[in-house]
Design a binder for this molecule. Sequence first.
Ligand code: S3P
Length: 418
Amino acid sequence: MIAAVRKARRLQGDIRVPGDKSISHRALILGSIADGDSHFRGLSTGADVMSTAGCMRALGVEITDSSVHGVGMEGLRHPSEPLDCGNSGTTMRLLAGLLAAQPFSTELRGDESLSKRPMDRVVTPLREMGADARWPPLIVGGQVPLHGIEYVMPVASAQVKSAILIAGLYATGTTTVIEPVMTRDHTELMLQAMWPKADGDYTKFQVHEIRRLEPLDIDIPGDLSAASFWLVAGALIPGSQIRVLGVGANATRTAIIEVMRSAGLNIGASNTRNVAREKVADLSAFPVKEMSAIQVNSDTAALAIDELPIIAVAATQLPGLSRITGARELRVKESDRIAAMAEGLSAMGADITAIDDGWEIRGPRQLEGAHVRSHKDHRIAMALAVAGLLADGVTEIQDAECVDISYPGFFDQLESLC
Ligand code: S3P
């Protein structure tokens, strides 16, 4: 599908975005191995989370729209076929951790994009824990019990951290993960809610072998990574009034807000509360007059990794040289996001140079509508759609249906805000 996006005069509305994708994956996986039924309101309906639900069903877990019938830590069934993780790196990496600790062997497969993404980063620590883990293709499990390790992670990755912690629930002794820089901590918070003895803070977290996780009953907050597209658009398009209700505002996810504020784009939070240990708020974007260029380094890049494409769009509108660095990980996401954004924004007239680990972007530039490629990557499609709202003329986005990976209904919501 080709989506056509026209320049917006202003954006207006109070909206909700899909449930947080990262929390939804964890809810389905950890809920599946809890003792009893978990209830989740607001789970993401995106294709990635559906991939996780499909895999858990293939492992013998009953899942409906909002509840998971947990089978206990020892209750997963050997799947009759390889598991299909679709486009979802989070599904593949988190399940690699869970399944490495099972007494049976499982193969995990993905689509063309996922099949090319690095899995050695999860295979290496799982092997250190004594697991049978091989890649490619990714095959894990059948050699138990695992033993706890202290793992100093070479790459900042919440997915790898989570895989090790989930495997650690089944391992003898203690499993400790030490991160080079902080990444999202949804696994740690959920584990603490299900089993209060999980322990740690900031970049060091520990789990011990356990027999039982308590089921959960939680509201999943809206996804800040999805909300960011509207917040950036609302802050850049004069006269806009956008409020996104009930968005996850966990401190390991809000770097986008700090980056925007440092550039003079104001994102305000109100009605802040805690829901199941996760901070939640209503977020509003305010257009401003005094703007400046953005500087992102590796610490911020890790905390805003999924928002960097939309930050690049914002940088095209800011005066001066914005430098986004320390983000080499973008090269191995659903697409090479450094190359994909440089290609799309260049076609729209931006002054953007791809560097090894990010971009240099000189602004402000009036963008022009163009035919651009999403590279079948949901975040590229949505970031270029926001660029289209800022650009003169019409922007056509190729393979735009990929937004369904995290945000079914994205283009309908865009229409309703204009
Ligand atoms: C995620 C972690 C991040 C992020 C991805 C979701 C998670 O990936 O890019 O969209 O839910 O743990 P990495 O851990 O590979 O950086």
